[in-house]
Every structure is written in structure tokens, then in C-alpha cells.
Write a protein that binds this ligand. Structure first.
Ligand code: HPA
Length: 275
């Protein structure tokens, strides 16, 4: 499985025509259209990349799209897979390791999440400063591939402090409200019960979603710096009268997309390695 990352990286690098992606992005629910912002875009279907899993959820498609945003070369994973699809915890190994192999040193993960902070308005953004992995498994389980990283890794400071400062500054300059908090990954696909949400609040969670923790663990294993951004599409179960659904997630993710685009444009500009 892991050799696939080398095969994919070679295939992609040969077709990039001088682009040198430094930042990998995982585009969450409703954010796939961010690739329209890319200059000199080049797309690769996951079906042509061995080891890339096929996303099966509405709002996710399966392409790696490389290009340039505000002077920074990026490679976007347009579509991820989730544990609730029945995919193994290791499913995102090849995509994340491919980003590393094509030269990325940073990973920006995005997702849609429910908010445990009651002052939030649906569509607000939250910078992830840490996570709780409640998926019941870890993407590094199984044989360790030493070419990417060691058997045991620390998760202290997994969300990079300098990247947090850059995102905070970008939001401030643009006058975009940016909450900060801890993201809890829950398997789904059922949304949480109100009792679970009450429990998660006591654990220190600020947002809950069904993804992201595996990609972040894989990224830290192979030495990528990580930044994370959630679109808070709803108040979590039991915290408002709104009924939770995937349609609602996509609706509020679309409403927030403009602010996400502005924020990512400015944030990625600060990561321009040529400056
Ligand atoms: N829970 C889990 N995942 C989600 C939610 C939620 O409330 N909203 C968007 N994704």
C-alpha cells in the first residue's frame, strides 16, 4: 500500500510543469470548489492514482488538484474518505504520504463540524488548535513504514503554533470571526446524541466532526506541519432546535465558503516560500 505514495508522487511530479506544491490541502464538505481559485491548475483523478480511495459522500469528489494560490504552490485533496464509509483507518495514508513525496512541508485540513460553543452562529469558522481522536482507531496501526516516520510519534503541538499565528492574523486583517478550539472526531454516520455532546463538553471539545484526525496523525508522522480549519455548520445535538442533516451541513458550508476562500487566500499568501 505504502509504495503507492512513491508511484503517485512520480506520476504527479512529472505532470506538474514546474509547479512545486509546498502546502497540501484537504478540502472538507462543501469546500471542493476552492480548487476554482487555483491558477495553473492541474487535476489528477483518484482513479488514476494507485492507493487513493474513492470518496462516496455527496459534496466530495475524488481529485488531487495542484495549482497556485496567492503566490504559493498547493496541492488540494478534493475529497477524503471517512471511517463511517467502512474504509479502514489507514485509508488516507497514500494521499497524505503522496503530498509529502511531491515536496509539501505543510498540510492544511478543513472540515465541517458541529459547534459545542453555544455563542457560535452557523457558518462561523474555527481554527483547530488540538484534537481528540474518538474514532476508535489510528491510521498508523499496522506495520510501520520507517521511510515516512518512526513507530511512535508525539502529538504535542500537532497543530503548528506559527501557522496558528498566521491564520489568526489573516482573519484579523480580513475582519473574519475566527473561533479557536479543540476538534473531536466521532465516527458517525449518525450524528451524536445530546448526552454524548454533554459528555464531550466536559472533555474539553469545542467542535465535533467525522474526519480530520487520521489525516493529521499521518501528516505528523511524516513530518508535515499542520493547520486546521472547521466550518461550524450547526450547533451540536441538543444545543439548538435545528434538526441535523448532511443537507444542512452542505448549506451552511456553502454560506461560509466565501469567507473560507478569503481566509485561505490570505493565509496561503503568508506561506509563500519564495518571499
Ligand atoms: N456532528 C458531527 N459532524 C458534523 C456535525 C455535527 O454536528 N456538523 C457537521 N459535521
Amino acid at each position: 500500500m505504502t509504495d503507492a505514495a512513491f508511484t503517485c508522487a512520480e506520476k504527479i511530479t512529472n505532470a506538474l510543469n514546474g509547479l512545486k506544491p509546498k502546502v497540501g490541502l484537504v478540502l472538507g464538505s462543501g469546500l471542493g470548489d476552492f480548487v476554482d481559485q487555483l491558477e495553473d491548475a492541474r487535476a489528477f483523478d483518484y482513479t488514476d492514482l494507485p492507493g487513493f480511495p474513492q470518496p462516496g459522500v455527496e459534496g466530495h469528489s475524488g481529485r488531487l488538484v495542484a495549482g497556485r494560490v496567492n503566490g504559493t504552490d498547493v496541492a488540494c485533496l478534493q475529497g477524503r474518505v471517512h471511517v463511517y464509509e467502512g474504509q479502514p483507518f489507514q485509508a488516507m495514508q497514500t494521499p497524505i504520504r503522496t503530498l509529502k513525496q511531491i515536496g509539501c512541508d505543510t498540510l492544511l485540513v478543513t472540515n465541517a463540524a458541529g459547534s459545542l460553543m453555544t455563542d457560535v452562529t452557523p457558518g462561523d469558522l474555527m481554527m483547530i488548535i488540538d484534537h481528540i481522536n474518538l474514532l476508535g482507531g489510528n491510521p498508523l496501526m499496522g506495520d510501520n513504514d520507517e521511510r515516512f516516520g518512526p513507530r511512535f510519534i508525539g502529538m504535542d503541538g500537532a497543530y503548528d503554533a506559527d501557522l496558528q499565528a498566521a491564520m489568526r492574523n489573516a482573519a484579523k486583517d480580513l475582519d473574519i470571526t475566527l473561533w479557536e478550539g479543540v476538534y473531536l472526531a466521532y465516527t458517525g454516520p449518525s450524528f451524536e446524541t445530546p448526552a454524548e455532546i454533554r459528555a464531550f463538553r466536559t472533555w474539553g471539545a469545542d467542535a465535533v466532526g467525522m474526519s480530520t484526525a487520521p489525516e493529521v496523525i499521518l501528516a505528523r508522522h511524516c513530518g508535515l506541519r499542520v493547520a486546521g480549519l472547521s466550518i461550524l455548520t450547526n450547533l451540536a445535538a441538543g444545543l439548538s432546535d435545528m434538526e441535523l442533516s448532511h443537507d444542512q451541513t452542505l448549506h451552511y458550508a456553502a454560506l461560509a465558503a466565501k469567507n473560507v476562500e478569503r481566509l485561505l487566500h490570505a493565509f496561503l499568501g503568508t506561506l509563500n516560500h519564495d518571499q
